[in-house]
Design a binder for this molecule. Structure first.
Ligand code: ADP
Ligand code: MG
Length: 649
């Protein structure tokens, strides 16, 4: 009896996309199906290590492909672990992987981007790619699970599929494609061989192509990672990457390590070209495939690389790593630690090469993965010095460019505002005479940061300021103390001791002292202190973070992550030369003998603080500020320049 079941809604969407928008890449259906056969062989081999009750395979562990011109079919056959009825329904009828699910959600949001292979390229559509060339797909499978029965899964790629008893008598899976009339080129063995050579040459199981009996082995079968790196071609690495990472795009670069002593292991690591949209999803398990003597042990072992390198894809074959009884969980052994150290070293070395070889390529990498890599500056003190030269920053020296056109927004991972990036070395070279410090400002919004009064003096002097606008930058900055002997400091912290010894400025400072003392009392509890500023040229006041401890930006980041943080104690700095400040100083001086005048200065004191907050883009007490502003407005109308008589006329 055949059961008819609907596809999950997301699968249907994916199928529509696959069938309608990927004509140019159609031949990759074969890579996907062979790759699945290889995965099934891997899984069987792994289970056989710990279980004796599995149905044994018959014949060589291999994937076989043949075409039948008379029936218009291509069959991809393996003797892997097979599929039970339940698995066929689950794995071929729904999308279980959270990544693909999120992809489907993204599609829903943006509508089906017909022809957008870039978006789809981030997701292995895998099995469903068979519908690019087939109008009907039949999967005949017998699972290795004891007691499982042979099943047949059939679908025409519409809304549903059927499940019925199958005819396979030995363990494994046959995927039979009924080829569409416009895809008959694939019914030719030599064409199939060509595709296998191109996309699946690196597979560690033999792939045979041709009619059963007279078929030929097409690929090399030595596991790619065990081969001499000098003998592996770029195309082999690229094909292998697509298999391992289930990405459709070529990798940006790779590292291949084979060592014998003191520890035997092999590893191939890849840097993807673009940021996966789910790189930061906490549910997505990231890690390397772990093999032991070419047998897959773990799909995502996260013990081999630090978190800040979580964008790296690939595998490690490490026979000496110990496994526990269930052969699943790894103990945290010195062996793992030693391998990790090697991998990190090699990855960082490769990143350094990339950053030197090709500045433009490096910036692409940086725009995709910079925020992730930067975490290492805070997390990995051992390798901090390797990471710092890789960092790139926005800065006041860059030209502001217009935002990219809107359609680019669909390209996840692409920045919407391309800009000029600066390294610390660039900065150092551009330092002005008399400048002995690398300056930066942290914040969350580049636009607001550029307008921050804290930059005034620096602009005037022509000193560049790095603009650190990622949340993680606060932590990066805490760990950036110097670069090649030049101290690195925040423009918004502590006292800026670049004294202006102009006599007029000196005089203004002196005159402002009593007012500043009074203001300190007026604002006590609201600010940590009040002092005359060396930072300002155009603005009357600015708020400054203390030299040590939590900055106001970090406070905001932590608050938005719902963390409890003490309020940062900030200092209000006044520009004694500013006309407004001079007037306030005058008002205060007159108020010493006139309590009424002094009382009128009080609300202005609090408004000065509101002003300084507003200039940064955040008012702490918005309702209070609104009330103070309203009071000020009505007072200025009552006592304003026109006077009450003006309205009476
Ligand atoms: P992926 O390979 O990324 O998991 P696919 O769409 O290629 O995604 O395949 C979906 C699932 O179907 C696989 O994870 C596997 O469980 C199952 N599957 C596909 N082909 C086979 C096969 N030849 N043998 C056993 N299981 C298979
Ligand atoms: Mg697959």
């Amino acid at each position: 009896m055949a059961d008819v079941l609907p596809f999950q809604a997301e699968v249907k969407q994916l199928l529509d996309l696959v069938v309608h928008s990927l004509y140019s890449d159609r031949e990759i259906f074969l890579r996907e199906l062979i790759s699945n056969g290889s995965d099934a062989l891997d899984r069987a081999r792994f289970l056989e290590l710990s279980r004796s009750d599995l149905r044994a395979a018959e014949g060589e562990a291999a994937v076989r492909v043949w075409a039948d011109k008379d029936h218009g079919t291509i069959t991809i056959s393996d003797v892997g672990i097979g599929l039970t009825r339940e698995q066929a329904v689950d794995h071929l009828g729904t999308i279980a992987k959270s990544g693909t699910k999120a992809f489907a959600a993204a599609l829903k949001e943006k509508g089906t981007p017909a022809g957008d292979t870039n978006l789809i390229g981030q997701f292995g559509v895998g099995f469903y790619s068979s519908f690019m060339v087939a109008h009907k797909v039949v999967v005949d499978s017998l699972s290795g699970e004891p007691g499982a029965e042979a099943i047949r899964w059939t679908s025409d790629g519409g809304g549903e599929f059927t499940i019925e008893p199958g005819t396979r008598t030995t363990r494994g899976t046959d995927v039979v494609l009924h080829v569409r009339s416009d895809c008959t080129e694939y019914l030719d063995d030599s064409r199939l061989r060509e595709i296998v050579e191109k996309h699946s040459d690196f597979l560690s199981y033999p792939v045979f192509v041709g009619p059963v009996g007279s078929d030929e082995r097409v690929n090399q079968t030595q596991a790619l990672w065990t081969r001499n790196p000098r003998e592996v071609t770029d195309d082999e690495y690229k094909g292998f990457y697509k298999h391992v990472a289930k990405d459709w795009q070529d990798p940006l670069a790779w590292v291949h390590i084979t060592t014998e002593a003191p520890l035997e292991f092999q590893s191939v690591l890849f840097f993807p070209e673009r940021r996966p949209f789910d790189l930061d999803h906490p549910e997505v398990k990231r890690g390397l495939r772990l093999y032991q003597r070419r047998v897959l042990v773990l799909d995502a072992a996260d013990q081999f690389l630090p978190r800040y390198l979580r964008f790296v894809r690939g595998l490690v074959d490490a026979p000496e790593v110990q496994l526990n009884v269930s052969r699943e969980l790894l103990q945290n052994t010195p062996v793992i630690g030693a391998i990790k150290k090697q991998l990190v070293k090699r990855v960082l070395r490769r990143l350094k090469e990339l950053s030197r070889e090709d500045e433009k390529g490096w910036l692409t990498f940086w725009e995709n993965f910079g925020t992730t890599l930067k975490e290492g500056v805070a997390e990995d003190s051992e390798n901090k010095d390797q990471l710092i030269p890789l960092l790139r920053f926005r800065s006041t020296a860059e030209a502001v460019e217009p935002p990219a056109p809107a359609e680019d927004a669909a390209d996840a991972g692409k920045p919407t505002v391309p800009g000029k990036w600066r390294s610390l070395a660039d900065y150092k070279i551009a330092m002005k005479d008399g400048q002995d410090t690398i300056w930066y400002l942290t914040g969350l919004d580049l636009g607001r940061m550029r307008a921050n009064p804290q930059l005034e003096r620096f602009k005037k002097k022509g000193w560049e300021v790095l603009l650190l606008s990622d949340p993680v930058d606060e932590w990066v900055a805490m760990n950036l103390n110097e670069f090649e002997g030049v101290p690195i400091k925040s423009v918004a912290r502590g006292e800026f001791d670049d004294k202006n010894d102009d006599p007029i400025a000196e005089e203004a400072r002196k005159q402002a002292e009593p007012f500043i003392g009074w203001l300190k009392d007026e604002l006590s509890g609201q600010v940590g202190g009040v002092r005359a500023s060396n930072r300002l040229t155009d603005s009357p006041a600015v708020l400054v973070d203390s030299e040590f401890g939590v900055t106001s930006n970090m406070e905001r980041i932590l608050r938005s992550a719902r963390q409890d943080v003490p309020k940062a104690q900030r200092t209000l700095e006044l520009n004694p030369e500013h006309a407004l400040v001079r007037q306030l100083v005058g008002l205060h001086a007159a108020g010493v003998d006139d309590p009424e005048k002094l009382a009128s200065a009080k609300p202005l004191a609090r408004l000065l603080l509101d002003y300084a907050q507003l200039a940064e883009g955040h008012v702490d007490d918005a309702p209070g500020f609104a009330a103070r502003l309203a009071a000020l407005m009505s007072r200025s109308i009552v006592a304003g320049p026109a006077g009450p008589t003006a309205s009476a006329s």
